[in-house]
Design a protein around this ligand. Structure first.
Ligand SMILES: C[S@@+](CC[C@H](N)C(=O)[O-])C[C@H]1O[C@@H](n2cnc3c(N)ncnc32)[C@H](O)[C@@H]1O
Length: 263
């Protein structure tokens, strides 16, 4: 859903500039485009349609040696994400209308069986510098515009817009043409993860993943991520939409596939 332009948008964006990449995709060489985005030297993970940022912030906190990039098309939404990152890292007061810091960094899965190991959680709670995270404001059409081949270790798609009309199927972020576009940017052994509350979109997406079976091996799949018998740790890394829908009792669908590159 399109958000109204936030009050004082430009000034507020400038204040959060340390969490924003302005020029993602604006240089000529795709191989160089994502270099130097984050300070970490480890693997790079991208969320497309990162919304207000809760998920990617949690991921970045939990894995300090990885680089995380949230890409989101709407500036007002990116602003919320960047302000959240500023607050989590203690560089700004907590913004109004955003869940409390403890709630955000406290990893509160609906299903306690899916919670992290105590050691992992301790690291998560201590880590607040967040120098391994950036947000970029743009709509992704093709990953080729931003990333070279095999540059990423994982792509996250969370609660992507459903585009319910059949004639708009190609616009869905899980259409097989798009999946293969992500595969190109992901290294052998990397992954694509997708979560949604939208059951028809999920069934469509599972078929699309299956269409790519020579490059994508499904390794985790559930139609109830927060159900009592589900132990996937993805349940710990909730998004804003996920909290909202699962809080209302809606089942959350989830699929993860590993990338296999042909030798
Ligand atoms: C339904 S919201 C979900 C937000 C967040 N992932 C969550 O789960 O809370 C989908 C978001 O994806 C963004 N979006 C949709 N298509 C996109 C694209 N091609 N590139 C970047 N962002 C996109 C929209 O602007 C919107 O904020």
């Amino acid at each position: 859903m399109r958000q109204r332009k936030a009050k004082g948008l430009d000034k507020r964006l400038a204040y959060c500039s340390e969490y924003l990449v302005k020029d993602l995709g604006r240089t000529d060489s795709p191989m160089k485009k994502s270099e130097g985005i984050c300070e970490g030297i480890g693997d790079t993970y991208v969320e497309i349609g990162s919304g207000k940022g809760q998920f990617i912030i949690k991921r970045a906190l939990n894995n300090p040696s990885g680089n995380y990039i949230g890409i989101e098309g709407q500036e007002t939404v990116i602003l919320r994400a960047a302000e959240k990152a500023m607050a989590v890292s203690g560089k700004a007061p907590w913004p109004e209308n955003v869940a409390g810091r403890e709630q955000l960094i406290g990893l509160t899965p609906v299903n306690p069986q899916a919670s992290l190991e105590p050691r992992q959680e301790a690291v998560f709670l201590q880590k607040t510098s967040l120098n391994n995270l950036k947000f970029a404001c743009c709509y992704v059409e093709s990953m080729k515009d931003f990333f070279g081949e095999n540059q990423l270790s994982g792509v996250y798609l969370n609660f992507s817009d459903p585009w319910p009309k059949k004639r708009h199927a190609k616009r869905r972020l899980t259409h097989h043409i798009r999946l293969m576009d992500y595969v190109r940017a992901i290294r052998d052994g990397g992954f694509i993860e997708f979560k949604t509350d939208n059951d028809p979109l999920f069934e469509f997406s599972v078929e699309e993943f299956r269409l790519c079976e020579s490059n994508l091996q499904i390794v985790e799949l559930t139609r109830n991520l927060h159900g009592a018998d589900c132990t996937y740790d993805s349940a710990c890394f909730t998004t804003e939409y996920e909290d909202k829908f699962s809080g209302r009792g809606k089942n959350i669908n989830y699929i993860k596939a590993t990338v296999i590159k042909q030798k």
